[in-house]
Design a protein around this ligand. Structure first.
Ligand code: HEC
Length: 256
């Protein structure tokens, strides 16, 4: 039986056989585009959670912890609906909303207030809530608790399984890099996994307390940097460093 040569001098990124380089590069390219799309998607969903473009600590707090003090109704009464009711009336409504907008007060008092100040538009103009109906008021008076535990468990396990696969292959390819100090190699390979755990953990912690939102940002930046470093190094070694024609030897053996 024919075995591979004992020295395996081709076992490094610059000297890999072309079919394997094609496999590695194809994977890295697709995953690279995928990660950029993921970044874009985060910017467009979570990034807009606080109503401003760009990802900030507030976006993460809104997404996971929620906005437990401000309802849409309160925000609008202090914003684009401000001119539609005198200050006392707005303050009165906001106080009621903060109490949880109980139905008794609606029947006794607020139904009339809304009829007087709001219903002229909010029953006539299509596509805005009809404030003749308490249910529609209730909807805009609700505060947000952020992500539900149900959605957190679902997204957590999908992320952990899915992303660890991506990191496994990026790290695996990078493990064939030459000339990277052994310690740096180990750190670069371990980092994405560590930061992934930190990232997922931070969602749960942010759900409990908004002060943990920074961990989400640190986790995300951490694994982006580590995987970008491995991605760039691998591509560089396979396609640019390889042009010298030099034989680099068995990297795995050198890392022993
Ligand atoms: C002059 C017409 C008019 C009056 C009066 C008016 N609204 Fe509005 N309201 C609108 C329009 C138009 C929109 C949609 C545009 C926007 O969100 O600013 C809207 C949107 C809202 C929204 C957001 C609904 C959503 O689903 O996005 C809330 C909440 C709201 N109004 C509350 C009130 C309250 C409370 C009052 C009475 C104090 C009131 N409005 C009086 C015209 C009016």
């Amino acid at each position: 039986m024919q075995f591979t040569p004992s020295n395996m001098t081709w076992l490094n990124l610059p000297n890999m056989p072309a079919p394997i380089k094609t496999l590695f590069a194809g994977y890295l390219l697709v995953v690279g585009v995928g990660l950029m799309m993921a970044g874009l998607q985060i910017m467009m969903t979570h990034g807009m959670a606080d109503g401003k473009v760009g990802l900030s600590k507030n976006d993460i707090v809104y997404s996971y912890y929620g906005d437990r003090t401000h309802s849409l109704l309160e925000n609008k009464l202090n914003g684009s609906m401000k001119a539609n009711a005198p200050d006392e009336v707005r303050a009165d409504i906001i106080k009621w909303v903060r109490k949880g907008a109980p139905k008794e007060d609606w029947d006794a008092h607020f139904k009339a207030v809304f009829v007087k100040h709001c219903v002229a538009c909010h029953s006539a103009i299509p596509n805005i809530p009809n404030f003749n109906h308490f249910e529609e008021v209730q909807k805009v008076a609700a505060t947000s608790d952020g992500a539900s535990f149900q959605s957190l468990t679902r997204v957590s396990h999908i992320h952990l399984f899915g992303i660890s696969f991506i990191f496994f292959f990026i790290s695996f390819i990078f493990s064939f890099a030459v000339g990277v100090p052994r310690k740096l190699k180990i750190i670069a390979i371990a980092f994405p996994f560590g930061f992934l755990i930190l990232d997922i953990l931070s969602w749960w912690l942010t759900k409990l307390s908004p002060s943990f939102a920074y961990l989400t940002i640190i986790g995300g930046i951490g694994y982006s940097l580590a995987s970008t470093f491995m991605w760039v190094t691998s591509m560089y070694q396979m396609f640019i460093m390889s042009r010298t024609g030099k034989i680099y030897g068995n990297t795995w053996e050198q890392d022993l």
